[in-house]
Design a binder for this molecule. Sequence first.
Ligand code: FES
Length: 346
Amino acid sequence: FAPATSKLLSSALPSFTQLLATSYPYLFPRLHLARHKASARRFRSFHPTRRPPNIKPKSIHLIRIRIRILLSLIHSTHIITSTIMIRSISIASILLLLAGASCAFQPSAPSTAHRSVTSGKASSSALFEYVPKWKKKETLADSAGDMSDDDKGLMGTIPVIFKQGNETRRTLASPGQPLSFVAAQAGQPIRYGCKKGECGTCECMGNGKWIRPCVESVPDWAPGQELVLNIKELKSKSTSSGKFYSVKSFFMGFYNNFVGMFGFVKQRKAAKKNWEERQEYEDLVKVLAAEKKAARLAREAEEAEKLQLEISAVLKKEAEVAEAQREKLTAKVAEEREAAGVRQIR
Ligand code: FES
């Protein structure tokens, strides 16, 4: 449905925007007037001697605009209705096709001979009744009929009572016998899952405690002490091979698709959150890097300043030494000249 919706929106939206654009002076008259004044002012600033064009809607404009609004409305409605109709027709055809396929793949009714074997007699009303190809194995309790427990071979010292809804089954078991075997022997249906004691599908209440019959066994109690098991009720008491094409499977297909879509949306949300977190983290890293860079630059500037000071101190010292040497030399030269003058006079 997503492409259909986007197509519908993309085709209907321009029409709506056009409608909005044409009806805008009437929807927001103040804003329109303000814009009109502003544009007139701008016009006057460029052409001080000319009159600005009147962009206020006149009555003829009004009629034209109303006609355009009406046409846009008709156009949008037409697009929406036609798209919905086309989609509904295609969906209805798909449904019809699927229903036809479902009827075509319905398992054929078994032959009269087969029915007579499985159900004993064939009535005309049960002509198209679905009969699975498998046959449930008879339990000891099923075949025994009204025989006593001893005659059935149900031996044991611990009476085990299975309660499921309004039904109660009694049997006998020996300590250490697996509860699943005891239940199967007594013809008590229990729904199992993993049969390893992990999933909890078979969990039932045994003498006020939750136990898992797939792994539990009959406790080592004193003879005569009863073990009462409250079993969860089952919708169907036999495992059916089921039909591949059925009304349920048809709806389950839709359900699975919906679940898949929901999963995608969930994943997308999680991915978005993840992306936002990453962005935040990257921003933080950027800030930290900028701080680090600023600190490094400040340190370098400080070091450069220190170096500059040291260099200027050295230069100053050298200049002082040179000055002292120059003064010394000047004094020496003056002394020598003076001595030379004295010698000439002599
Ligand atoms: S079947 Fe899974 S816990 Fe018993």
